[in-house]
Design a protein around this ligand. Structure first.
Ligand code: F6P
Length: 324
């Protein structure tokens, strides 16, 4: 293998730049030619592919976003689109690919490998932490800390006005961010897509808590079955309006996707990036390089996509116990 390429795809995550840097510098260290593909699979189809050098990734380890840009590609979902992408790689004699992203990115990579046989290794880049085969995903730690900082601030104003705040955090299908910033922020409740929350129980507990607390924080993952934080707030409010002064909703949104990556995310990203290049050179493919229990692990894309990394039920219990 002499030439490889790297791309970022799907929702960006803090630490993607650190991962790109690791891929580029490991490749150069191993005497490979390395190319950067802009705008994910869309860029691969259009041929937005440029040679990268060591200096191309200078001064980016600390930056959020992705210098390679990111996109969700509809065209890559079609066979014709993937054929165009393959032809672009073939023209440049690129023989291996590193894709940094989440499960959608890996699904595309798996199909592409199966159709054209180009070795592909993934690095887990998503703030949602919902990828099987790695304890944590790149960007998760930063996103949790961003949300936590916001919750700390919200708690100050909630306490000052005796209010109940519903704070909506990201996590389309996953409650990892909600659970971690719920524990760290001392939330009274956390509502996640993985577990159905009994609204009656929330109302009952809030009434009980009223005796000892004048304000409360409820963290809601955006994908919760009961609806958005706004809808949940309205349901709860209709049942206990008289007992609390006011109810407020704060949606943290894309603020969680940006910012300087934490040390944890930079280290994880650097390790996964290096492992991806080393894996390609050692003949690994159609898999993701992640870190489990401190060790680099290659997990088949099939497992990353189909298996669920369940949230710890004891973490939800912890929140319940510590909120009394
Ligand atoms: O996949 C990560 C994520 O942050 C989800 O939690 C969220 O639903 C989604 O991206 C939103 O992404 P976008 O606004 O880029 O479509």
């Amino acid at each position: 293998m002499k030439k490889i390429a790297v791309l970022t795809s799907g929702g960006d995550a803090p630490g993607m730049n650190a991962c790109i840097r690791a891929v580029v510098r490991t490749a150069i260290f191993k005497d490979l030619e390395i190319f950067g593909i802009s705008y994910g699979y869309d860029g691969m189809i259009k041929g937005s592919i440029k040679r990268m050098h060591s200096h191309s990734v200078s001064n980016i380890i600390q930056r959020g976003g992705t210098i390679l840009k990111s996109a969700r590609s509809e065209e890559f979902r079609t066979k014709e689109g993937r054929l165009k992408a393959y032809q672009q790689l073939k023209q440049l004699e690129i023989e291996g690919l590193v894709v940094i992203g989440g499960d959608g990115t890996f699904t595309g990579a798996k199909i592409f490998f199966e159709e054209f046989g180009i070795p592909v290794i993934g690095c887990p880049g998503t703030i949602d932490n919902d990828i099987y085969g790695t304890d944590f995903t790149i960007g998760f730690d930063t996103a949790v800390n961003t949300a936590l900082e916001a919750i700390d601030k919200i708690r100050d104003t909630a306490a000052a006005h005796d209010r109940i705040f519903f704070v909506e955090v990201m996590g389309r299908d996953s409650g990892y961010i909600a659970v971690e910033c719920g524990i760290g922020g001392g939330a009274e409740f956390v509502m996640v897509p993985e577990t159905r929350t009994d609204i009656k129980k929330v109302v009952k507990s809030l009434k009980n808590l009223r005796k000892s607390k004048s304000s409360s924080i409820i963290v809601v993952a955006e994908g919760d079955d009961e609806g958005s934080a706004d809808q949940i707030m309205n349901t709860v409010k209709s049942k206990i309006q008289d007992e609390f002064k006011e109810f407020k909703v704060t949606t943290l949104g894309h603020i969680q996707r940006g910012g300087n990556p934490t040390a944890r995310d930079r280290v994880l990203a650097s390790r996964c990036g290096m492992a991806a290049v080393e894996g390609l050179m050692a003949g690994e493919s159609n898999c993701m390089a992640g870190v489990m229990s401190g060790n680099v692990v290659y997990t088949p894309f099939d497992d990353c996509i189909s298996k669920t990394k369940a949230i710890h039920q004891d973490h939800l219990k912890l929140i319940e116990i510590l909120s009394i």
